[in-house]
Design a protein around this ligand. Structure first.
Ligand code: SF4
Ligand code: SF4
Length: 174
């Protein structure tokens, strides 16, 4: 099983990962889907044509970064919970990360939450600044985190007694 560093290295060379320059320009989708799987709802979900899968459907999704306006519509369209919105310019010291979430109860705006990496390990505390309902049982939670964690913060620990209500294959061990 790959560790966090190996996973990140693989994702960073995939076509769904934004360039350094694009991160600096503001909110941008980060597509963490580096395997050839038959899937493409992300392509249809983007109203700006910023995601391309094309033919065959097993192509790895490509982010056309100059077309991405950071609207976040693609986040809840992804059945694999593999798309995030990252704004490294939220403030001098904070980045904002919007991530898919499929547990009840939902966190509230203002809550302090435990932020997890891709392996489900705690990395830092975060503050919830937005909770919105996406499509197909997936909610979108936006958190503020110390800027240095923008590449690794990819989940939050469900609240005590939290119940998973999403798709079974998306369950992350805690
Ligand atoms: S954030 Fe918006 S513009 Fe960017 S890829 Fe997703 S849906 Fe398209
Ligand atoms: S919808 Fe999600 S899982 Fe499917 S191809 Fe797009 S990024 Fe990958």
């Amino acid at each position: 099983m790959l560790n966090e560093e190996a996973i990140l290295n693989k994702i960073k060379v995939s076509p769904g990962y934004p360039s350094k320059e694009r991160f600096l320009k503001g909110p941008v989708a980060v597509i963490e889907c580096p395997e050839e799987i038959p899937c493409n709802p992300c392509e249809e979900a983007c109203p700006f044509g910023a995601i391309k899968v094309g033919e065959p459907i097993t192509n790895i999704p490509m982010l056309i970064e100059d077309k991405c306006v950071g609207c976040g519509k693609c986040i809840s369209a992804c059945p694999g919970l593999a798309i995030f919105l990252v704004n490294i310019n939220y403030s001098e010291k904070e980045a904002a990360i919007s991530l898919p979430y499929e547990f009840f109860p939902l966190p509230n705006v203002g809550d302090e939450v435990d932020v997890l990496n891709r392996e489900g390990k705690f990395i830092c505390k975060g503050k919830v600044i937005k909770v919105i309902e996406g499509e197909d049982h997936t909610w979108i939670i936006t958190i503020l985190i110390p800027k240095e964690f923008f590449e690794v913060a990819r989940g939050i620990k469900p609240l005590k007694g939290g119940v998973f209500f999403g798709k079974k294959e998306n369950y992350m061990s805690l």
